[in-house]
Design a protein around this ligand. Structure first.
Ligand SMILES: Nc1nc2c(ncn2[C@@H]2O[C@H](COP(=O)(O)OP(=O)(O)OP(=O)(O)O)[C@@H](O)[C@H]2O)c(=O)[nH]1
Length: 384
């Protein structure tokens, strides 16, 4: 083919197949077509011209008697065109000029045969019949046996020369069909691969997300927290884990219905998203519980910059919802495991809840302050 970007239709058949004058001469040499062969063929021309119409009629009588050939030819007009083309071919054959034009016409025949679906067996049998008819005609008129044999041998060589050209385009056109379907199946495979990747991404996203709140699902909490802890350890930064539980959530469900319960959980989720930074990890732990990982954040900052703001934010949407919140900090001196940190934050949350339950009329500000060594992690109650 030509330079990249060039279309097949920009090139002639000869250019596509790289058949040059030199290549034509080379082929003639390979089939040993000598000047004498060409001369003998040209000398037989008058015999052929005189019998041309009858010969072509006979040829098509034989061809159309084969049902599959008659079907391929199809109609009288096509048959008429084929007769003329065949006459031109025989005239060209006996002109003795096997140049670029001649070759180009032969190549075109291969292409047309391929296009209309003439298989190679039918083509070869037609060549055989034509050659037999021409042999009969020439044998009838060339009396000198030696000359007759030489003329028929010369004809044989030119026929072979022609057949190779026809097959050349035939094969090339088959190869380009294979190439086209290979490209198509490659495209199909890569589009399929893309679809599978997209779907996998979607499924992963779905698996990672809690559908009700849009926060991350608990399934990834351990794995994710471990990653946060490793990163914090490398940078010697503290990490805080905030454990949140909705107080008396069951009551909302029981008295106002499950849908109302869902609405509250969504409101908590949305308040969490509102106050979280992009680098925080927000998880629904299950039921009415939530876990937030705050990287590079100590307990005090978690309380002031996160928990207080979260309570304020939730208050805008739900005035009667109270959260119990526990905070556990780890690092920068030493680092707890993910499981231990979750357990600490959970127990801090429980302690805070217990205090709220024993003294529900107090709000957060009035709650007795917890001693730092009283619990591993400070328990906090956020109450409105
Ligand atoms: N509406 C709704 N309810 C849920 C969902 N998941 C869990 N629950 C319910 O949430 C309730 C949680 O109740 P508990 O664990 O007893 O907690 P609580 O009522 O908040 O009690 P305390 O934590 O002691 O204040 C249960 O009744 C669950 O059935 C959910 O996705 N939607």
């Amino acid at each position: 083919m030509g330079p990249p970007g060039m279309k097949q239709t920009d090139l002639t058949l000869l250019e596509q197949l790289r058949i040059t004058e030199f290549e034509i001469e080379n082929r003639q040499r390979l089939f040993m077509i000598s000047d004498e062969d060409v001369r003998l063929i040209v000398e037989a021309r008058s015999i052929v011209e005189a019998g041309l119409d009858a010969l072509v009629d006979r040829f098509y009588d034989l061809q159309t008697s084969v049902p599959e050939i008659a079907l391929l030819i199809g109609d009288a007009e096509t048959l008429g065109r084929l007769r003329n083309a065949q006459k031109r071919y025989i005239s060209d054959l006996f002109s003795g000029v096997y140049d670029i034009d001649y070759v180009n016409n032969r190549l075109r025949i291969g292409l047309v045969h391929k296009r209309i679906g003439v298989d190679t067996t039918l083509y070869l049998s037609a060549v055989y019949i034509l050659k037999a008819l021409l042999s009969d005609l020439l044998s009838e008129h060339i009396v000198d046996l030696n000359r007759r044999a030489k003329t028929l041998a010369a004809l044989e060589k030119v026929f072979l020369f022609d057949i190779t050209l026809v097959f050349e385009t035939y094969i090339r056109s088959l190869l380009s069909e294979i190439e086209t379907s290979r490209k198509k199946s490659e495209q199909y495979a890569s589009s399929l691969e893309e679809k599978v990747k997209d779907r996998t991404r979607q499924l992963e996203q779905m698996a990672r997300t809690d559908p009700l709140t849009g926060l991350f699902s608990v399934r990834y909490l351990d794995e994710s927290l471990t990653r946060y802890l490793r990163a914090a350890e490398r940078r010697l930064e503290p990490v805080s884990l905030v454990y949140i539980d909705v107080n008396d959530f069951k009551e909302f469900n029981d008295s106002q219905g499950h849908q109302r319960g869902d609405e509250i959980l969504r409101a908590v989720g949305s308040a969490i998203r509102q106050v979280s930074r992009a680098e925080d990890g927000c998880f629904r732990y299950g039921g009415d519980e939530f876990c937030i990982i705050l990287p590079n954040c100590d307990r005090e900052q978690a309380q002031k910059n996160y928990c207080d703001r979260l309570v304020e934010e939730l208050d805008k949407a739900e005035q009667n919802v109270v959260l119990s919140i526990g905070i556990a900090q780890t690092g920068p001196e030493s680092y707890a495991s993910a499981t231990a940190l979750i357990a600490q934050a959970d127990s801090a949350m429980y302690q805070s809840k217990a205090e709220f339950k024993s003294c529900p009329q107090l709000d957060g500000a009035e709650l007795p302050a917890l001693e730092a060594d009283q619990v591993t992690d400070e328990a906090l109650l956020k109450q409105k």
